[in-house]
Design a binder for this molecule. Sequence first.
Ligand code: GUN
Ligand code: ZN
Length: 433
Amino acid sequence: MTIQAYRSCVAHCLADPGDDQDSDNVEIFPDGVLIVEDGRVADLGPAERLLPTLGPDCEVHDFSDNMILPGMVDCHIHYPQTDIIASYGTQLLDWLNTYTFPFEAKFADLDYARETARFFVEELLRNGTTTALVFATVHAHSVDALFEEASKHDLCIAAGKVLMDRHCPENLRDTAEQGYRESRDLIERWHRQGRNHYAITPRFAPTSTLEQLQLAGQLASEYPDVMIQTHLAENRSEVDWALSLFPDSESYLGIYKDAGLLRERSVFAHCIHLDDHDHQEMAAHDASIAFCPTSNLFLGSGLFDLATARSHGIRVGLGTDVGGGTSFSQFATLAEAYKVLQLQGQSLNSGRGLYLATLGGAQALHLDDKIGNLQLGKDADFIVLDLDSTALLERRMAHSTSVHDRLFAQFTMADDRAILSTYVKGKRCFQQA
Ligand code: GUN
Ligand code: ZN
């Protein structure tokens, strides 16, 4: 039995702090100790109380100049789009045809899938992300490649094979029956093996026939504890197209509902162009939203209305949406989230930002019994921050007088250079050179 202790300023969320900057739901230990035993949090509290309780064999790692936060949770990302990040000039539907589909076709080659999965997992760790809900491609082996790589680090990954049987290149098309069968086989192979979770993954309504969506819904009813992930109401042309393809559904969200895909553990990316009825339906079915601000700005999709989603009590986590999104970093994502909300007369204080990037994401994925904060018994997924990772941040930190102010400046300006190390189940999986 190994016990490790980490002394540092430690901050995490116990619940959503809402708009209250000083909410008790954000717990901060300015001089804290995090104790990890067998990959789990064994204790967290003030150094003054905990240091005297440690036995002589316990190693104390001193990060007094740093800050420890829970590992970040990315609720929406595409690993096959790693190589097309920052591709110029188009909005969603053209972007898919111009950049996305040609690159996803390369995943027919298992070696390419494996090599990309290796880089992708390393990049998550480099950015302090310890849990992610991930799109693979239509190729079943692209899911195997990702889970194999994630399992090497015991990383918590949910992922699925894309279901897509129309309106895409021939070489990226499955059939309704093949998509169902391959997804079911992947569930049997990977779901709840170690820290892996399966997510049934229809790309979005326009690239699936009604038959494919219905079979996906049937699969979801056969496996109630797997996740579902898809895109919803991201771009106005996409919304119009979806509605024209499914005239019998009452709304874009209604298409998924009619197919049995609106439920607990369904995670809908974007959700920019929703009306009040859609919000009520999302809440009534306890579905979740992935808010993807860097992508929404980069692809010119629109501004996500967080206040309305929250007022309906909908679970919301953050997504990078790489490669529509422009960074793997949840700091960069929070920086853009703040600006997206500012443009709508809303705001995002540091506690709420921390919540969205950690516990909020865990709740959106229904994984908050295991991850999202550093409460007793949770998996010890955490990051150690270098608060002075750039000359400018060093200068900014020099006159900062509160943990909240430091956190807000980090969320606004930091990137992967601020991640000194990333721990997964108590094991250091990334350390800055
Ligand atoms: N809608 C359907 N497919 C995609 C995708 O790959 N990225 C984004 N951002 N939206 C989508
Ligand atoms: Zn996406």
